[in-house]
Design a protein around this ligand. Structure first.
Ligand code: FAS
Length: 388
């Protein structure tokens, strides 16, 4: 074989896997269809949970990758204007997460991989897997000049995200897929507005809103909106007045809005996460809402399970079951969290009974230490033993 593993996609999943394999002397080639600037510029997730931090540390990557990201501190939850603080790291027994923007993580992972002599090919077009059912899969692709290339390998890692080619290469009937539309839209705004003292989530009748730091002089805001609306058309002053209303902070300073995205909250899982010699990793296999900041962390955790199985030469048969156990655990957590902060806010959608349920769920976090510890444990990222 030309190489042991061909990795399709240079996002968090692909570049975490590439670095883990490289650090243990397993050869791999990464095929990425976009150029480096695009891949390193995509601003999405912002948190490496504690478990992901431990995984990077196991490969000596915590310094190069996670250094500098401020450690998570108190979480402020403002309910109908009343602020309460949760010391999530302490409730998790001293397991803090780190604030590392996704584009910084990917930049650093690409840097360490290339510094280590890694083979990462940008602009790889029309990547096509062949013979996945055999013991010598092949990948064909075109380079930017239209030149044809072929690579044979022992394993293929589909790290190409939700819209990638990997999952689509699995024959009809082999996969069972689960989709769920949460019926909630999030308008996410990047603005030059001073970072909040603590990560802030606000729950009120007006609807959910949140404010997180993105560097000392920038904030990322989230605003719940009813699907079908398009808040990107709102005039900026409407966005700011809506944020002030929902965050319960009339003095919130406006700033230049530098990024606008809408995310319709949906979840997706494909089972199993492997077919023959191909393994689906990260968003190629599952989509989770940003509630609880688990999307990127699931990608890193999947990459870890696959890397360990290939390095140890043992455990590939359990890869899918092990990753699905954590995936469904986090899907449930993310849905629980999404209901808690959204049902409490918006009578029309959820109805008054579910609003009361959500407020009770929220209140339990501040009243019951075991309930708070369970929440903090999931925020820190759970150790999932290999499926037996
Ligand atoms: P990615 O999609 O990141 O990477 C796939 C890579 O494969 C890309 O570089 C792509 O160019 C490449 N590719 C695709 N098709 C290919 C092909 N055919 N051939 C070759 N290459 C191909 N997660 C959180 O944890 N917290 C958040 O707050 C959060 N917010 C989000 C906000 C938005 C708007 C979105 C869209 C997502 C958010 N996520 C968040 C989830 C997000 O971070 C994903 O979980 C994460 O990018 C998953 O990483 P990968 O699985 O590597 O997939």
């Amino acid at each position: 074989a030309d190489t042991t593993v061909v990795i399709i996609g240079a996002g968090p999943a692909g570049m975490s896997l590439a670095n883990f394999l490289q650090r243990r002397g397993v050869s791999c080639v990464v095929l990425e269809m976009r150029d480096r600037a695009y891949v390193e510029g995509r601003q999405r997730a912002g948190v490496i949970d504690h478990r992901a931090g431990e995984i990077f540390a196991e490969f000596g990557l915590d310094g190069p990758v996670a250094a500098g990201g401020p450690v998570e501190t108190l979480l402020e939850i403002r309910t109908d204007g009343v602020s309460r603080l949760l010391d999530v790291p302490a409730l998790a027994g001293g397991r803090p997460s780190r604030l590392v923007p996704q584009q910084m993580l990917v930049q650093r992972l690409i840097g360490t991989f290339l510094d280590g002599g890694g083979d990462l090919r940008f602009g790889a077009l029309d990547v096509t897997p062949h013979d996945l059912g055999g013991d010598r899969p092949r990948l064909t692709y075109l380079d930017a000049d239209g030149g044809e290339h072929e690579l044979s390998c022992d394993y293929v890692a589909g790290c190409d995200g939700f819209h990638g080619v990997s999952r689509r290469s699995i024959p009809e009937g082999e996969l069972t897929t689960y989709s769920f539309d949460h019926g909630i839209g999030w308008y996410t705004v990047l603005a030059d507005s001073p970072a909040p003292r603590y990560p802030l989530m606000a729950v009120s009748r007006h609807g959910f809103a949140a404010q997180f730091a993105r560097g000392p002089r920038a904030s990322r805001f989230y605003l719940q909106y009813r699907p079908g609306d398009d808040p990107r058309q709102w005039p900026d002053e409407d966005t700011w007045s809506e944020l002030r209303l929902r965050l319960g902070d009339e003095s919130l300073p406006a700033g230049a809005i530098t990024g606008r995205e809408v995310v319709e909250m949906r979840s997706f899982v494909a089972e199993p996460m492997s077919y023959g010699r191909m393994f689906l990793v990260g968003d190629a296999a599952h989509i989770i809402t940003p509630m609880g900041a688990k999307g990127m962390n699931l990608a890193i955790a999947d990459a870890y399970v696959l890397a360990r199985a290939i390095i140890d030469g043992d455990g590939l048969g359990e890869y899918s079951a092990t990753c699905l156990r954590r995936t469904w655990d986090y899907q449930e957590f993310s849905r629980w969290y999404t209901e808690m902060v959204h049902d409490a806010g918006d009578d029309s959608a959820a109805g008054p009974f579910r609003r009361r349920l959500a407020l009770a769920r929220l209140d339990r976090l501040f009243r019951s230490p075991p309930a708070a510890a369970a929440f903090a444990d999931l925020m820190a990222g759970t150790e999932v033993s290999r499926a037996s």
